[in-house]
Write a protein that binds this ligand. Structure first.
Ligand code: AMP
Ligand code: MN
Ligand code: MN
Ligand code: MN
Length: 283
């Protein structure tokens, strides 16, 4: 299973492990022709990715994945086709970076109180003083011998109810969608099946997302299997949302997730990428 389109990928400008140009080289070997770099809350990797995409003859859709708060819940919204130099988008992401830094400080404090000192410093070191994420805390916990692997670090320390859990108050859903649109992009609700919502909450979420100006949702993405794919497809059709596909690739060390390893978009859903790719696939 290899898709010529993958609109959800991370580099080390957020919590991915590859530099943007390394990611693009890998993408090129996987049969992907059109891809989006969608780092969490930052557009810092897009320039390097664009340069590398040109060299490899690939089409880059400039993107970002913004964490938002809606009804006290966390959702992820992809902005696809955004202009990275849009001042509204950049101002919004700067605000988000402050929220992220404050959360990191609180996570460090809580871990320290739980008898695990020094993780915030190590997390920032791993993040090279830029975007610091829970993934960096998880890596710091593994390196410090406090957890066996990333999954265990999340389970033991960072998940809800654990000592290093902090609920962040991210930017509101409506604000993030509005920045994306101002930057000329389309807002896509990321991995809907991963929020653990019941059918009723999912409907409310999609209604709020559309009311805010969201136009598409990820239908095919990692995790969830065929059940999630079918359920997402049904939702997209019901709500008249365009569909996206993305691997959410972060780390070449994870054997289950590869760029381009996503199911094709089921029938009856308009592909969000028809905005950038003409039928037949060529530029
Ligand atoms: P943040 O944006 O700082 O809240 O970090 C969340 C990131 O942590 C996600 O984007 C995933 O890449 C990663 N993540 C979340 N849960 C897990 C988990 N259980 N195991 C490994 N990585 C995870
Ligand atoms: Mn991530
Ligand atoms: Mn996400
Ligand atoms: Mn992601």
């Amino acid at each position: 299973m290899s898709s010529p389109v993958d609109l959800h990928l991370h580099s080390d400008r957020s919590d991915g492990r590859l530099r943007p140009r390394e990611l693009v080289s890998l993408v090129a070997t996987q049969g992907v022709e059109t891809f989006a770099l969608t780092d969490h809350d930052t557009v810092a990797g897009l320039e390097e990715a664009a340069e590398a995409a040109r060299r490899h003859g690939l089409r880059l859709v400039p993107g970002v994945e913004i964490s938002v708060t809606w009804c006290a819940r966390e959702l992820h919204v992809l902005g696809l086709g955004v202009a990275p130099d849009c001042v509204t988008l950049q101002g919004g992401l700067a605000r988000q970076a402050e929220i992220r830094a404050e959360r990191a400080r609180r996570i460090g404090e809580r871990l320290e109180r739980a008898g695990v000192p020094g993780t915030v410093e190590e997390a920032y070191r791993l993040a090279r003083d830029r975007h610091v994420s829970r993934s960096h805390f998880a890596r710091a916990l593994v390196r410090g011998g406090h957890a066996r692997d990333m999954a265990a670090a999340f389970r033991q320390y960072l998940a809800r109810g654990r000592p290093g859990h902090v609920r962040a108050e991210w930017v509101p859903l409506e604000a993030a969608v509005s920045w994306i649109r101002t930057a000329g992009g389309v807002a896509v609700l990321a991995h809907p099946h991963r929020y653990g919502f019941t059918g009723r909450w999912m409907r409310r979420t999609l209604e709020a997302f559309q009311a805010a100006g969201g136009e598409a949702m990820e239908v095919a993405c990692a995790g969830g299997g065929p059940g999630a794919l079918a359920a997402n497809a049904e939702r997209a059709r019901q709500h008249g949302l365009e569909g996206s596909v993305g691997s959410d690739f972060h780390d070449p060390g994870n054997p289950w997730i590869r760029p381009g390893r996503v199911a094709p978009l089921p029938a009856g859903i308009a592909p969000v990428w028809r905005r950038w790719v003409r039928a037949g696939g060529s530029a």
